[in-house]
Design a binder for this molecule. Structure first.
Ligand SMILES: NC(=O)c1ccc[n+]([C@@H]2O[C@H](COP(=O)([O-])OP(=O)(O)OC[C@H]3O[C@@H](n4cnc5c(N)ncnc54)[C@H](O)[C@@H]3O)[C@@H](O)[C@H]2O)c1
Length: 338
């Protein structure tokens, strides 16, 4: 198949390009390159590399493709608050427009990278896709509104699905350490401390970034009737953890590191456990390759191999928000914009 991947230079996208190429697909990657130069290992090459803002894509860019995997986004809650209008323009408006262009270009399948953060402060009960949505951030609102607006385009000739991904962690050639597991492990390796900014009680559904990429491949191969116009949580039922449980696992890998609760952000209102029964029911062949323990072991070994240092931990390279703040001009914002 000919697959159009947006955000192919991101943390998850680089895994997806590699998996699609391995499976024999032809890949067009389309990305603005916001984090260019931040990679810590060589990146897989798509067959075609489009350096374009997702807002500027045209129907002609999409023609000849069988499916779109749409990952390009201002990609997490704190970044979404940097400029809420921009977040909606890029994450919602450009996503809906992209789906319209894809449909006009006769692309058959549109897979949208949504997020379990749409459940917000759900609490201790495992939430399925019918649970009330409780978006606490502009980022989460942008994901819900995109799902709702793209849903209107789905029909017999255009299959749409919304992958509500759990919070990613783990090794990627385009590493991020601003995600909870990676942050705690990178902090322990570089500072000998596990610094927890909340009180450690919030639940998070976790998934290895490569397993998210594998889920996209599974959704490309899934029968239309299984996924048509469905929002589906992507993760594993045994992979919901409290932040303090993650910290305990970090300490097992770095026994000398002390756990410290900094209380910096007080009680983090984002707290949700998620059920992945629907995924298991609709795409039964899809199984996670990683558990939190195996994914953390892999990342720990990589951090040691790369001699991950305190400069790496405090620098811009691996932290999206810090890099983005210096590159807002790429998104058409003046540096003075908040
Ligand atoms: N990482 C997670 O925990 C997680 C969880 C759930 C959902 N998601 C979603 O998965 C997708 C990928 O996440 P990621 O962690 O790989 O993010 P990332 O920030 O590493 O990658 C996003 C990519 O999108 C590109 N991009 C951003 N704005 C763009 C624009 N206007 N035009 C073109 N390209 C643009 C960036 O250059 C970057 O390469 C996002 O949609 C994100 O919201 C991520």
């Amino acid at each position: 198949m000919n697959i159009f991947v947006t955000g192919h230079l991101g943390y998850i996208g680089v895994h997806l390009v590699e998996l699609l190429k391995k499976a024999g697909h032809s890949v067009t990657g389309s990305d603005l390159g916001l984090f260019e130069g931040c990679e810590w290992e060589p990146l897989p090459k798509p067959d075609r590399d489009l350096r374009k803002d997702v807002r500027d894509l045209e129907e002609s860019d999409l023609r000849g493709h069988d499916a779109v995997c749409h990952l390009a986004a201002i990609s997490n809650d704190p970044m979404g608050e940097l400029d809420p209008t921009l977040t909606q323009r890029v994450n919602r408006d450009a996503s809906v427009r992209l789906a319209e262009l894809a449909k006009a270009a006769k692309v058959k399948r549109f897979l949208f990278s949504s997020s379990c953060s749409v459940y917000g402060g759900g609490g201790d009960k495992a939430l399925d896709e019918t649970a009330p949505l409780d978006p606490l951030t502009e980022y989460a609102r942008s994901k819900i509104e995109t799902e709702q607006q793209v849903a209107k385009l789905a029909d017999d000739r255009f299959t749409c699905a919304y992958l509500r991904n759990a919070t990613a962690y783990g090794h990627s050639p385009m590493l991020r350490i601003d995600l909870v597991v990676n942050n705690l492990l990178a902090c322990a390796v570089s500072t000998n401390e596990v610094r927890i900014m909340s009180d450690g009680s919030p639940w998070r559904p976790l998934i290895h970034c490569r397993d998210i990429a594998r889920a996209f491949v599974a959704f490309l191969n899934a029968p239309t009737q299984a996924i048509q116009n469905q929002a589906i949580n992507v993760g594993g039922n045994t992979e919901n953890f409290r932040v303090r449980d993650v910290a305990d696992q970090v300490q097992k890998l770095v026994p000398s590191a002390k756990i410290r609760y900094t209380g910096e952000v007080g009680h983090d209102p984002r707290n949700y456990r998620v059920s992945f029964d629907k995924l298991n029911r609709l795409i039964p062949d899809f199984k996670l390759h990683y558990t939190l323990a195996s994914g953390m072991r892999e990342l720990h070994a990589k951090l040691l191999d790369h001699r991950f240092s305190i400069d790496d931990f405090t620098g811009d390279q691996f932290t999206r928000l810090r890099t983005l703040k210096n590159r807002t001009h790429l998104l058409g914002l003046t540096p003075t914009t908040k």
